[in-house]
Design a protein around this ligand. Structure first.
Ligand SMILES: Nc1ncnc2c1ncn2[C@@H]1O[C@H](COP(=O)(O)OP(=O)(O)O)[C@@H](O)[C@H]1O
Ligand SMILES: [Mg+2]
Length: 280
């Protein structure tokens, strides 16, 4: 039995953090955005769809990730959502800011290959999250740096996609491949809603500034472009405390930029009636 979200009474939109390039900030931004949305009163679930489980680890759940005695994991949920989706809530772990549907060690070199060729292989994430969507205001999905059936699932079953990228040449070439993946999903399943491009970890040099400008020139007309500079605070809150800069009380000049990103998600996907955040 499920209830609709206590704060808004609607089902949660799914936001996928996607880029097939590693190290661009998908996991970092999942935590920072999740924490920010939570601080604004939204009930957030993060889903670790990355087999290596970096998000699960950062949030402090290495033990769950490696627990081979677990009868049902995200792997099983994706392989057989019909049998397990009603109990997906049992897998959810509670964090200080938001909840987590953790990755599991079994997913490494396994989930994507097992799914490939199965019926509705690209609809499994939606089926898996079906009952959970009623319990939250927003669901953020962190992804692995690949183009495969799992990331196709994220594209196909999300209501919006956030694309973190890095201000350097190779990363821009990578965006090209991601565009192709998006186009091939759109061909079969209909439009993908890209919410924002986040240029992340921008360094303080002329080359980086030039890249930022060329990304803005290339995408800024069609998409909100959020710029996030390289700041140790954004890394430290995760590494030291497993939380966002908000919960870690880290001062950073990037907070307004993270707020811009949260604002895009709110504006595009969340109900107008904001939950009331309790007085502190
Ligand atoms: N804006 C930033 N400033 C400083 N370090 C960052 C920033 N964004 C990400 N990082 C660091 O860069 C590395 C890669 O980020 P991560 O979120 O793991 O990328 P991905 O999930 O795309 O592979 C991590 O060590 C992370 O702490
Ligand atoms: Mg990651």
């Amino acid at each position: 039995m499920t209830e609709t979200s206590e704060t808004t009474g609607t089902t949660a939109p799914v936001v996928a953090m996607l880029n097939q390039k590693g190290g661009v900030g998908k996991t970092t931004l999942t935590v920072q955005l999740g924490g920010l949305l939570a601080s604004r009163g939204w009930d957030v679930l993060a889903v670790d769809l990355e087999p290596e489980g970096a998000l699960t680890s950062i949030l402090g759940f290495d033990d769950v990730y490696g627990d081979l005695d677990q009868p049902v994991t995200l792997h099983d949920l994706l392989l057989d959502p019909q049998s397990h989706a009603d109990h997906a809530g049992d897998l959810v772990l509670e964090g200080p800011e938001f909840d987590l549907l953790p990755a599991h060690e079994k997913m490494v070199d396994n989930t994507a290959s097992a799914l490939e060729g199965e019926p509705k292989a690209r609809e499994r994430l939606g089926m898996a999250l079906d009952t959970l969507r009623d319990d939250y205001d927003a669901i953020l999905v962190d992804n692995e740096p690949s183009i495969n059936v799992l990331t196709d699932n994220a594209l196909r079953n999300s209501d919006g996609v956030v694309i973190p990228t890095y201000a350097e040449g190779l990363s821009i070439q990578g965006l090209d491949r991601l565009q192709k993946q998006i186009a091939s999903i759109e061909e079969y399943y209909g439009p993908v809603n890209v919410l924002a491009l986040v240029i992340n970890r921008i360094e303080h040099n002329k080359q980086a500034e030039a890249m930022v400008q060329s990304l803005r020139d290339g995408f800024g007309e069609h998409l909100p472009v959020v710029e996030i500079r390289k700041r140790v605070a954004l890394q430290r809150s995760l590494v030291q405390e497993g939380v966002s800069v908000v919960a870690a009380d880290e001062e950073t000049d990037m907070l307004p930029h993270l707020e811009d990103l949260a604002g895009v998600v709110e504006r595009e996907l969340l109900p107008e009636s904001r939950p009331v955040v309790g007085d502190e």
